[in-house]
Structure formats: C-alpha cells, structure tokens
Design a protein around this ligand. Structure first.
Ligand code: NAD
Length: 442
C-alpha cells in the first residue's frame, strides 16, 4: 500500500481510465492536468483514433484541450487491455443502461471486469465510477476480478466513487465537483481518497462502497422525482388556466426551503426526461429493492409521470391543430432540439425521440432541427433516419406546427415564432416573445 500511496503523492501513479465517454474523457483530462500519466481504454476504435490524433468527439470538450492532454506523451488511448498491467489505478466509467425489460444492464460492467481480470496485478487500485445499484462493486465486480486468484482488500484495493459530471455546465468542471469515495476497507479508502484528492478540490469519504453507490442513485432519484412533481403541476395548473413557470419563478424567490436556480435545485417542467442518468438510474434501485421486498413507489410514480409527458405535449398539439381545422395525420411538424437538454449534443433517452416516433405513428410528417446533431445517429432502440433540417423563414412557414422540445440557447425564439404558424412550447423557451398569438405552452 505504501508504495502506491507514494506514487500517488508524487503524481507518478499511472491512471488507467476505462470508457472514454462523457465521463471518462473529462476525468482523464483532470488527472492529466494534475500531473498524472494517464492511459485511456475504450473498445471504440474511432474514439481512440480521435484522441491519438488530438481530436474531440464531444461538443463541450475542445480539440485544443485534447491536444493539451497529449502534450509530453503522458496520455495515450488504446483498446489493448493488456496495457492495464502498466497501470497503478484503474477507473471504470462504462455505460450502465437498462435492458428492454427496464432492468439493470450489467453487461458493460461485467465485460469490463472480465477484461481487467487477466491483467489485474497485485497492489493495483480498482475504482468503479459507473452509476449503479448499491452492492454492484462487491457482488458483481469483485467476484469476477477474484477469478484472477487475487483477493480484494488484500492483494489489490477496491473503491466506488460515483461520477457527477454535468456535461456542458460551465460552472462546474470535474475538478470543482466534490468526489464521494467509498472503499472496500480502510486502505482502499485511503488510496482512492488520496488519488482523487490529488486531482479534485474536495473528496467526501464515506463508510463503504454501498453508501457511495447509494449516494449516486439518491442524487438522481431526487432529480427524477422533483422533475415529475413540476411536470404534474404543469398539467394541473394548465387546466386551471395558471402558468406553472410563472408560479415556479415566484416560488423560487422564497429565500429558504425552495430550490434555487444557481445550484440546480430549481426544477422546471419539460417534455419529459432525458439523458443517460435520470430516466435510468432510479430503476437500478427499484430492481435491487425488490430483492429486499421493498416497493419504490415514489420512483415508479415519477417514472410514470415523466414518461407520459410526450403524450401531454402531443395532446396540446392536437388541440391546437384541431382549433385550426387540422388533424395530426398529414400535418407537417418540426421538432426543435433533439438533445435531451439545452446546449449539448447528447440525445440519449431524449424525449424528443419519443415525440418524433409518436408523431410519426400518428401519421404526421415529422422533421427535426438541432444545431448540435446534424444527423440522428442509429441507437440501440431507435433509428429515426432523419437529418436536421435547415431553419429558414420559408421552411418554418411551410410547417403546420413546430414543437420546442429542447431550449437550446442558440435559437432565436422571436424569429422562430415570427415565421411559424404555430409554436408548441414545452420549455417556456418563448417567455420573452411579445406576440403570443401563435404560441401554445405545453
Ligand atoms: N454522461 C453523464 O452526464 C453522466 C453523469 C453521471 C453519471 N454518468 C454515468 O457514468 C457512466 C458512463 O457514462 P457516459 O455518459 O460517460 O457514457 P458514454 O457512453 O459517453 O461512454 C462510455 C464509454 O465506454 C466505452 N465502453 C463501453 N463498453 C466498454 C468496455 N467493455 N470496455 C471499455 N470501454 C467500453 C464506450 O465505447 C464509451 O466510449 C454511466 O454509468 C453513467 O450512468 C454519466
């Protein structure tokens, strides 16, 4: 242990990060910027090629910052997992999606653990960062690593440290976000805390891997439930002729006991939930809770409300078209924003996808525009087969309706409203537009 501790303190420890995605890449940059040699591992050759050529594939990470990381030859990316033997600390940042049956898909964590196992060396530290249910590190990862013959906590060290990336948020870099760390034992906790402590501003040690795992799912459940709450209020207040956004703005002036915009504890309604985390992670706990005979009613209810929101938006569109003597079938509808949240290029689990698929199913002629997603990529469950249309006055005028699904800040909402016939606004993006006659809030 002392050996590794010394290497961490001297910034000599080689950090191997598995999964060079939205989480792994900024983490690699943070360790590099703190002076550690870093090796990035991924199974996606295109990402490895890009990194080795000093290119970025994530919108908010610049190519210049990738080139900076490459300087001095202390960073490389590879798909050769035998190079894990050259690493002192292995950090796992692979996806944790749900299966079709909405159960935890552990295949990435299992696959990664199997790739580590033959290369595991005495004295290494292995940290799982992927969001998952409490118990994963001990019950899934360690038994696979154990096939090497090495014993966790004795021959090598294990910790769980949840990832808290907020892609595109300029106020919080990986370095600034406190890092919760739970170790398998005292030594593991000390090593993992020292490692992260050398790269981020604050480490929050907790008593076990399970507490650290539960911390992450709790954070996401908190967001999921509160988003569902404001989404439900949106539908109720709409029936009453009350504008939910105005209500929330006013409620947000309370100096205590209500969420604040500055720290993201202020929740706003929308067309549903998106992203890799919040629509998915709560169901990791739901699944695990069943083992203990517990029902997760809040989580299920929140999921039900949030997944029903695209239907609500479509019902608002239907009524608005009906008022104009039109049906959805045959109507030209353009969805603005494919990303799951403003100003990012990530469309995973985006409610815009559901909107598009449902509208297509109803017979609408659907298109989309997203300045950050020129072509809708094929995903595991979806293949929209669409490319982003160019927004021109002529195009907007040709549409029966546009739906604002993602409120990218690059959009000129006054211009969009001016040239459109009908704007269905699910995000209150047009709040500042004076002429309201064509705008329907949804
Ligand atoms: N994106 C976020 O904002 C965010 C925030 C908090 C937590 N998380 C969690 O972090 C984890 C990673 O998410 P992400 O958004 O970075 O995912 P991502 O899809 O952007 O990146 C994952 C990377 O892992 C690679 N990969 C997949 N299987 C692999 C394997 N067997 N070996 C090596 N590499 C493999 C993929 O090619 C990809 O590059 C997930 O558990 C997620 O829930 C993500």
């Amino acid at each position: 242990m002392q050996d590794l501790m010394k290497r961490i303190q001297n910034r000599k420890a080689v950090v191997g990060i598995i999964g060079m995605g939205y989480v792994g890449l900024p983490l690699a940059q943070t360790f590099r910027a703190s002076g550690f040699p870093v090796i990035g591992f991924d199974i996606d050759e295109a990402k490895i090629k890009a990194l080795m050529a000093g290119r970025s594939y994530i919108k908010h990470i610049t190519a210049a910052s990738v080139r900076e990381m490459r300087k001095g030859d202390h960073f490389s990316a590879t798909s050769d997992f035998s190079r894990l033997r050259k690493v002192d600390a292995i950090i796992i940042c692979v996806p944790t999606p749900l299966t079709k049956e909405r159960e935890p898909d552990m295949s990435y964590i299992v696959g990664t653990s199997e790739a580590i196992q033959p290369n595991l060396k005495r004295g290494q530290l292995v940290v799982l960062e992927s969001t998952t249910y409490p118990g994963t590190t001990r019950e899934v990862m360690i038994p696979i690593l154990g096939r090497s013959g090495l014993v966790a906590g004795k021959d090598y060290y294990v910790a769980f440290s949840p990832e808290r990336e907020d892609p595109g948020n300029p106020n919080f870099s990986t370095r600034q976000i406190p890092k919760v760390v739970g170790g398998l034992d005292k030594e593991s906790l000390a090593l993992a805390s020292a490692l992260y402590g050398a790269a981020v501003q604050r480490v929050v040690p907790v008593s076990s891997c399970e507490v650290a795992e539960a911390t992450k799912v709790t954070e996401n459940i908190y967001r999921c439930v509160n988003i569902a709450l404001v989404n439900e209020l949106k539908m109720i207040y709409d029936r009453m002729g009350i504008d939910v956004w105005e209500v929330l703005e006013a409620a947000g002036t309370k100096p205590f006991g209500f969420g604040k915009k500055e720290n993201k504890t202020f929740f706003t309604p929308g067309p549903g939930l998106g992203g890799h985390c919040i629509p998915i992670d709560p169901f990791y706990l739901t699944w695990k809770a069943r083992e203990f005979g517990c029902a997760t009613r809040f989580i299920e209810l929140a999921g039900e409300i949030n997944t029903g929101m695209p239907d609500y938006v479509i019902s608002r569109l239907m009524f608005a078209l009906n008022d104009r003597g039109r049906a959805v079938r045959g109507a030209k509808v353009c969805v603005l924003g494919l990303a799951y949240k403003p100003d990012v290029d990530d469309m995973r689990e985006s409610p815009s996808i559901t909107l598009i698929e449902k509208l297509k199913g109803l017979g609408a002629k659907v298109s989309y525009n997203d300045p950050y997603i020129p072509k809708a990529p094929k995903q595991r469950e979806h293949n929209l087969g669409l490319v982003s249309v160019r927004l021109t006055p002529k195009f907007l005028a040709s549409q029966d309706a546009v739906i604002i699904s993602t409120n990218h800040s690059d959009y000129d909402y006054a211009w969009i409203v001016r040239h459109s016939r009908l704007v269905v606004d699910s995000r209150n993006a047009c709040v500042k537009v004076r002429n309201r006659s064509k705008i329907i809030k949804a």
